[in-house]
Design a protein around this ligand. Structure first.
Ligand SMILES: Nc1ncnc2c1ncn2[C@@H]1O[C@H](COP(=O)(O)OP(=O)(O)OP(=O)(O)O)[C@@H](O)[C@H]1O
Ligand SMILES: [Mg+2]
Length: 308
């Protein structure tokens, strides 16, 4: 409900800003977060987190339940004020300013749609709030993009979880924002909806949008993101491309060599050389390589698994 109110607050507050900001030049960086902190009572949700995101980047925020991802997103979009620290969007200032918020689109973790309205009515409603004069063409384009054009006239209350997620994403970008924040856009959806959502993120990225994407799914982050940040206990443990993080924290590969009935496991940073060495020794009947992945990175940084 908090996010629902926010979407209205974001659009309503942004109407007056629309014309004056449309022609702002978009220079990097897109998003600068400096040492933000937020506590709820005794709970530190975000405990001093900084981040720089360049224009056009697809950035993945990875962390387990309660790591502080949604709180970080809420602060970044101006929904929550941090206890301390600052957020700057596009060099224009804080998202507390409605003119700055016009450049943001948020697909909240908790879906914010009207169940009693149809898919098209939902998007038309949000488009009108943003002051888009003739939204029908834009809305129909989005409905097709999220593959809901055949369900456009059905009430959202009758939709599956995946369909709601797709429409939730469409609602976030109806005003064509530069910075799109997607809080677990693929949580609890089937593989078809997931693929549709991932494709849409790629389309947005290809159009030059900046994407901040939170997820528990490492495979997704590895496929989609230019860089990822690993968050736990409200802190950014490290930031980099997936290959950089694996090189820094992933550890060694495991080569399992089979000779007849016997398996031998060898830890190595150069699995190709190890396999060549084993073959040269002779008698190899099987070989398997396990390379470190983001899960290994997470385990090494936090001492626990990303999904537990
Ligand atoms: N409004 C609130 N009131 C009290 N505690 C809160 C509030 N919002 C967040 N928290 C707490 O702050 C911590 C971080 O929560 P947050 O929702 O940011 O995590 P998250 O990384 O998004 O988790 P998840 O993966 O489950 O969505 C948690 O301990 C949570 O219980
Ligand atoms: Mg969350």
């Amino acid at each position: 409900m908090r996010e629902f109110a926010y979407r209205l607050h974001l659009v309503a507050a942004s109407r007056d800003a629309r014309v004056s900001l449309r022609y702002q030049p978009f220079a990097a960086p897109m998003l600068t977060i400096r040492d933000i902190r937020k506590s709820f009572g005794q709970t530190t949700a975000v405990g001093g987190l900084s981040l720089d995101i360049a224009a056009g980047e697809v950035f993945g925020l990875l962390g387990p339940n309660g790591a502080g991802k949604s709180t970080t997103i809420a602060i970044t979009t101006g929904l929550l004020a941090p206890d301390s620290g600052s957020v700057d969007i596009l060099g224009l200032g804080s998202p507390a300013d409605p003119r700055v918020r016009m450049h943001l689109g948020l697909a909240p973790q908790d879906i914010t749609l009207y169940g009693e309205l149809t898919a098209r009515e939902n998007l038309m409603f949000f488009a009108r709030l943003y002051g888009i004069a003739s939204p029908r063409a834009r809305v129909d384009e989005l409905l097709a993009q999220v593959e809901l054009d055949t369900r456009a006239n059905d009430r959202v209350a009758t939709f599956s979880g995946g369909m709601k997620r797709r429409l939730n994403l469409a609602a976030a970008i109806v005003h064509d924002p530069q910075l799109v924040l997607l809080d677990e856009p693929t949580a609890g959806v089937d593989p078809q909806s997931r693929n549709r959502i991932l494709e849409l993120v790629r389309t947005l990225a290809a159009a030059g949008k900046t994407i901040v994407y939170t997820t528990h799914y490492m495979e997704e982050a590895a496929k989609l993101c230019d860089r990822v940040g690993i968050v736990d206990h409200g802190r950014m443990l490290d930031v980099g491309s997936v290959s950089e993080l694996i090189a820094r924290h992933g550890g060694q590969s495991t080569v399992t060599v089979t000779r007849g009935d016997a398996d031998q496991r060898v830890l190595t940073s150069d699995p190709v050389a190890e396999i060549a060495h084993q073959f040269a020794a002779g008698g190899v009947t099987g070989v398997r390589v396990e390379r470190p992945d983001l899960e290994s990175v997470f385990l090494s940084l936090t001492g626990r698994s990303l999904r537990e």
